[in-house]
Design a protein around this ligand. Structure first.
Ligand code: FES
Length: 81
């Protein structure tokens, strides 16, 4: 697998509590936008990130953002259904 799967064409807008999170970079996880271990053998690895305090975030679901795990609007270049 050399390209990630597009899990969704819009970001996951969530309020996260402080803690450590693992963003799915492969797009295969059934627990988007977070890793569920499905990447094993794909060559992709989850991206670890920390939330220092509670906050609202937009996490990339198209897996094309240049600012992962955060959405940078890259999904807008994709054909919407
Ligand atoms: Fe996608 Fe782990 S399931 S990076």
């Amino acid at each position: 697998m050399d390209k990630p799967v597009i899990a969704d064409k819009k970001p996951a807008v969530l309020t996260l509590e402080p803690g450590t999170y693992y963003w799915c970079s492969c797009g295969v996880s059934k627990n988007q936008p977070f890793c569920d271990g499905s990447h094993k053998g794909s060559g992709f690895e989850p991206l670890e990130f920390d939330m220092k305090e509670q906050g609202k975030v937009a996490l990339c679901n198209c897996k094309l953002a240049r600012t992962p795990p955060f959405c940078d609007g890259a999904h807008k270049s994709l054909k919407q259904p």
